[in-house]
Ligand binder design. Sequence first.
Ligand code: XMP
Length: 509
Amino acid sequence: MAEQILILDFGSQYTQLIARRVRELNVYCEIHPYNKIPEITSDIKGVILSGSPCSVRDEGSPDVDLSLFRKKLPLLGVCYGAQLMAQKNGGNVTPSTIREYGRAKLSEINHDTDLMNGFTPNSQVWMSHGDTISALPEDFEIIASTPSVKVAAYKVKNEMTYGIQFHPEVTHSLDGKALIKNFVVDICGCKQDWTSSLFVETTVEQLKAQLGNDKVVLGLSGGVDSSVAAMLIHKAIGKNLYCIFVDNGLLRKNEFEEVLASYKDMGLNVKGVDAKQKFYDALANISDPEGKRKAIGRVFIEVFDDESHQIEDVKWLGQGTIYPDVIESVSVKGPSATIKSHHNVGGLPDYMKLKIVEPLNTLFKDEVREVGRTMGIPETIIGRHPFPGPGLAIRILGDITPDKVQILQEVDHIWIKGLKDAGLYDQVWQAGAILLPVQSVGVMGDERTYERVIALRAVTSVDGMTADWSHLPYEFLGEVSNDIINKVKGVNRVVYDISSKPPATIEWE
Ligand code: XMP
């Protein structure tokens, strides 16, 4: 196992960002809930305590037994983590008298402390706290202050234990990256050798040991995660990995054929299954979005189950689960409330009795992409926009018919090709077209038309959790609109969606 930093999560919205910053330094780290601390093995080189929406002054607020690692390993408390350590050692934490949210400047910095090495005078930091450390325990010394927060950072004398009131993981803390590097590399002594090629090498070895001669079945979706997961398992067990790629009739134009061909080029043992009609039959007359998702999920399971039963003696199910899904399901806050049933689609029932292998469950999305590139997966798969499991079914508002799918496939093709030809595809996080259940009046030649309306959607985002509409050039949008109306029969109007998420969502259903 690689050396690593342990991040204990007290429920802060920024905990994942701490992990991102550590990994950007090529140092492996894991987030664990504060109340489920893993065994402190010799691989763990340091511990970071996250922030929290709670107050240390509240009864029953998150607590941790510091003796597990204090004085044994370097320790850094961020915000709540810093307050908790101060309070538990006899310091005082009180409500802040002024609002401390947003940018602040470190007016005093002790540059002799290794943690603050490289900080510029008056360095800007990001504050977000309702409590403040009003008195430090004995042996704790202040190493940075702002004009209104005396204890902006502290160190415990003769110990590698530190606390900071600001959030170094947020980009608004301009020297935040330097601070995390000081802690992880200089103080914890991590070697920064965790790279995507090392990940591939060690994961393939682990998979070989774990899977031996067993057979694995894996459902490919054409997306990044399942493709990268498949390639890793393929490297470990070759033809014993059986991939199934289902054409649900809701993919983009030509996508099934093109992606299937790429998979074969990559050397994967893949079977393409044309199940279009089964999906169309199951979707007939269903207009409700959740109803459509459920029908698609159900048919997918039937098809997948049928296919995997044809593989003799299969023991494992490969999945492309990535780290954010794992954190979400074990986080302090627990799985967030279901707004859409999203990722449950394609989830397989227990009765399949297969053991699960998830080689990407410690990686963030961009790390998955890097690993994919390291293994030579083509950019057409790696750089592809996210695409929902239920595909075009949730971009055709109302019921689904093959005719509507075909109209939308043509429109979507023009839209996506337009973005690529104009060099805009990579600036956009996700794009798609939506077929609206309304008709509007138009005029073509001398004829009155009464045809469908298309909404185009393109968003910028980091992780799909929040998103803004892409500010694409008007001329480009005008050309695409013309192209769509001229070429796709049945469409006479195109609109552009300018809603952000929240309050809207990326998909319309
Ligand atoms: P929303 O619409 O909630 O979407 O802003 C966020 C991201 O999730 C994708 N999405 C889905 N993915 N099954 C999926 O696998 C679904 O049912 C589903 N619905 C939305 C969406 O495309 C975006 O990337």
